[in-house]
Design a protein around this ligand. Sequence first.
Ligand code: FUB
Ligand code: ZN
Length: 684
Amino acid sequence: MTKQSQISRRQFVGTAISAAAVGSLPMQNFLASSWGDTPNTSNPDWKDEGVLFVDKSPYAKLRNVPVRAVTITQGFWGARREINVDKSIPSMEKLLESNGRMNNYLRLVGKSDAQQHGPVYSDSDVYKWTEAVGFALQSGDRPELRALTDKIIKEVVAVQEPSGYLNTYYVGDHAKERMDPDVQRWGHELYNLGHMIQGAIAYYRATGDRTLLDAGIRFVDGYLLPNFGPGADKKPIFSGHPEIELALVELYRTTGDKRYLEFAGYILQGDDRIKVPQRAYVYHFCGIPFTSRTHLEGHAVRAMYACCGATDYYLETGDPSYLKTLNVLWDDLVSAQMYVTGGVGARSQGEAFGDSYELPNFTAYGESCAAIGNMMWNWRMLTATGDAKYADVIERALYNGINSGMSLDGTLYCYRNPLAFDPSGGDQIRNPWYDTTCCPPNLERTFASLPGYFYSTSKDGLYLHLYDNSQLDWHLEDGTSLRVVQKTNYPWDGTAEIAVTPAKPTEFTFYLRIPGWSNGTQVAVNGKPISGVTPGQYLALPRRWSPGDEIHVKFGMTPQVIEANHRVVEDYGRVAVQRGPLVYCLEQLDQPEGVALYDVSMDLRHGPASQFQEEFRSDVLGGIVMLKHMGAVDEKSGSGGGLYYPYTPNTPKARQVELRFIPYYAWANRAGTPMQVWTPILRA
Ligand code: FUB
Ligand code: ZN
């Protein structure tokens, strides 16, 4: 029996009620006294809290470092992050305004006569944007952005009802539908609240300003906990779009109020008083005990966020049944459900996971939000275990299936991230705005939070997870100040110089991530080669580190040719190309004139690895390493041939042609053109 199931509904009610009872009476006074002004109860350590604040989480092997502790300087992510904060975040705010998302709030206080705009989850877009700003401000103040966000937060909080309820859709005629079981399935009230809490926490960790955070707490304390949850006097709860779970656990970490953790646990357990069809448990990824899950299924973002919430719950409770289930689901992810880009969600219908090995390319869904959810989940698993296999998935998703989601100029976004594309179908793959605009601000908050993913601390040292030009200014868990400077041209080049500078000579272990894709990696400390380098593991470097110590890393960056499990029928007879962490693709417009993508194959008869020429092209797509490969074109089997024709064991008519590969993340940044990640192999 699991720890969670050992907590009976009665016991849970007891705990929740006693805490809520204490909270519910003063709540009225609290609302009355604090309405309109911000209680000054700031935790002095708010600046030191990372993407997750797990310093006190008993089952976290690693601690997060604050976003502000890492400065990403010029380089791959530096450029992306600069565009994110200079262009994407400001332009998204304008779009939120011009698409009526802020008027949704203003109209409720008589400052706008516009109609309600957008789907039921529109508030969440404002909160995700606020979270992006919160993370951006954690990297340094931007007075204009701060002032704008303060104003927006005031506008949001102004519509909070005395009960604590805050939602711009379920008002007026819709107010009677609030938290109705059917609305819990589709209405996204808890999803909106979850994003509000996450946005509020990031903003609080940036500024110490609790305005939005206190509004979130009022919602939970005043409306949610007193009315929903176990017990005959409470209404049942169903997390129609998981998100509230992880937000509640982070709220617990931020405030220390255990009721939030217990409530998250109750939701993850599933409230059997709400009856839904079997398919709903699949689609919503909630309603039955999380620990009864055996594979990933249903709506991909929902499933990923549920896994995040469940991992957060495990980090606090150590419930072994959660860890067991998380491991089973993770194995399913990497063995049968994840694209080579780190994207997830094979089916457009239901934006869902498919069957095992169902990973179509043209029709791949691979929603940006789902890839982000994948990264967030793996970050939590990494935090729990310190196992490098999770960092490998983070890197894969981040550099590929997430990074593809935002255009290079930071103003257009992919909702879907397919692995093959043909614009002749009329699909506009990148857009500035979607009526369901979940992905754009999700990408913005991810890029803004990126410094927080570079390092972790552990009891015995420091973990380096991601490579790029950067500087860490933080401390070991024993309090010793530490600076780590990375100098590199990663991912274009596999070399990194890492200067390790503790305040004083100190004994600790530096855990250096050796990516799973790397081969022939060489590591040296102060010029002395280190043995035992194993791809897919952290290389433990225990020593008495002193100022001036330097780690030199050299990853083999030879392009790799990847095959998929043969049960992935779409990829059978095809290969993908990867160099370092980057998955590559072919875009039609880079290929010689007259060569159609459908007709090309790769010629690997002389061994895969030596088949590429690498060229850094500063003039293409913001600067990329382009890969050239002497492949073949055979019109008979592609666009020039019939639908069916007699089989021949080789392709005699094929003529040589130079194929040019670009990194997948950079696709669809020029004229609309066919694209593919998986390319057929020339038959011998
Ligand atoms: O339902 C809210 C968001 O909209 C989901 O996470 C996305 O998949 C999109 O459907
Ligand atoms: Zn999305």
